[in-house]
Ligand binder design. Structure first.
Ligand SMILES: [Zn+2]
Length: 72
């Protein structure tokens, strides 16, 4: 169970200022400005889940695999 989507709860302090590219929309911003969620995604045709950083809360909804958003 996640209790936060704040990057500082999951990402090492020295990494928070690093710039990352959102896997959903492609926006680049500091990791401290984004959010972290436990998301499902497809990798090499295999469904996986892990903590994923995205640039904003709406991108969590976009990146999460449809099967886990009630669209199976
Ligand atoms: Zn994004």
């Amino acid at each position: 169970m996640l209790h936060s989507i704040e990057p500082m709860a999951f990402i090492a302090p020295e990494m928070l200022r690093a710039v990352a590219k959102c896997p959903h929309c492609g926006t680049e911003c500091a990791m401290s400005d984004g959010v972290v969620g436990l998301l499902h995604y497809r990798f090499e045709n295999e469904l996986r889940y892990s903590l994923v950083w995205v640039c904003q809360p709406l991108c969590i909804l976009g990146f999460e695999h449809a099967q886990f958003m009630g669209h199976a």
